[in-house]
Design a protein around this ligand. Structure first.
Ligand code: NAD
Length: 327
């Protein structure tokens, strides 16, 4: 059935892909983002595209007018380099979720989706590279990533209490590292997959023999391709899953392993300079997908090597396009 849907943060990486999918499914989409439209990762002429600051209550009221579903993907965020150095900015995103929840309740929306993060998980469970995948219950007792993770955990609970106390139908997914085309690939907010791809491309194009790696390269992570993420968001929103649930890949890789993959895609072998004082996040993190498999039969469909190859092609095209621009 055709619906009027709000995508908050529609100018961002995941938001842009979600708008694309919702339009393809025949919905009316309102896409709202604080950035000037020229900076949106994707702009679709058949969506209603609005530039507004959703930290403000009035903007949220306008954004929720006449919509039946809200996807809240708006947040001030980035990779470890950004979130470790901008904790206050990350925490201010609480204003977005607070005001959107209030406005969605007032507008009588049917469903409200909130994008949480694996950064909510207790740091004690992520000290070793040799990880035990994180189950949903591992978020408590609470000791999340400072700043960004605390905001996500608090906002998750707001969603829960708006559902329990006011009957707003909220759904929450904890994303584990999402990557793919049409995302941030430079400028300081990029995450590890895009940063590594950019560094390798730069080394190849300029003939440099080495690249810098943040940390010792032994940190372990999993990475989910954007198409799998979008399918998961839609399935979780339509489901009866009331508690926050993991949405991520369980294909564990070290950062060195991720560099190996990118080198293989590029057809090069580079020296690695390890910067041990750069932000590197927790030592190990993986997603336990027992619950999402059980409830939704959801499994990531795209292997890391394949997703990284697609992302490499897109970032390479951006890199070349930028070089061709007049200085
Ligand atoms: P992104 O930075 O590309 O997108 C977020 C968008 O929100 C940006 O375009 C930004 O301009 C917008 N925004 C920020 N403040 C706003 C405001 N006040 N009003 C309106 N818009 C505002 O990030 P993304 O990767 O697309 O992430 C989307 C969501 O998923 C975020 O909530 C993020 O925390 C969460 N998440 C992402 C990942 C990941 O790996 N990408 C992992 C865990 C959680």
């Amino acid at each position: 059935m055709k619906k009027k849907i709000l995508v908050a943060g529609g100018g961002g990486f995941i938001g842009g892909h979600l708008v694309s999918r919702l339009l393809a499914d025949g919905h009316d989409v309102r896409s709202v983002d604080v950035k000037p439209r020229s900076e949106w990762h994707q702009v679709f002429d058949d969506a209603e595209n609005i530039v507004a600051d959703l930290k403000l209550r009035d903007a949220c009221t306008r954004a929720c007018r006449d919509v039946t579903v809200v996807y809240n993907l708006a947040a001030d965020m980035g990779g470890m380099g950004f979130i470790e150095n901008n904790k206050a900015l990350c925490m201010l995103s609480v204003l977005i979720n607070t005001h959107l929840l209030q406005a969605a309740l007032e507008a009588g929306v049917e469903r409200y989706f909130y994008a949480s993060s694996a950064c909510v998980y207790n740091a004690d469970k992520q000290k070793s590279e040799d990880v035990i995948p994180l189950k949903e219950e591992d978020a408590y007792p609470a000791m999340p990533e400072d700043g960004y993770g605390w905001e996500k955990l608090f906002s998750e609970r707001m969603c829960r209490h708006f559902r329990e106390d006011f009957g707003l139908n909220t759904r929450v997914a904890r994303f584990h590292n999402v990557y793919g085309p049409y995302g941030t690939w430079d400028g300081g907010r990029e995450k590890a997959p895009a940063a590594i791809i950019r560094k390798v491309i730069h080394a190849v194009e300029t003939g440099q023999p080495s690249i810098e790696i943040w940390g010792d390269g032994k940190q372990t992570r999993s990475f989910m391709y954007i198409d799998d993420c979008i399918k998961g968001i839609l399935d979780i929103t339509a489901s009866d899953i009331l508690e926050p649930i993991n949405l991520g890949s369980a294909e564990l890789v070290t950062i060195n392993g991720l560099v190996d993959i990118v080198e293989d895609v590029a057809g090069v072998k580079l020296q690695r300079r390890y910067n041990l004082s750069a932000p590197k996040g927790v030592n190990g993190r993986n997603s336990d997908n027992t619950l999402i498999r059980q409830y939704l039969d959801w499994e990531p469909g795209i292997r890391l090597r394949d997703g990284m190859a697609k992302t490499y092609d897109w970032i390479h095209a951006q890199y070349v396009k930028r070089l061709a621009q007049p200085a």
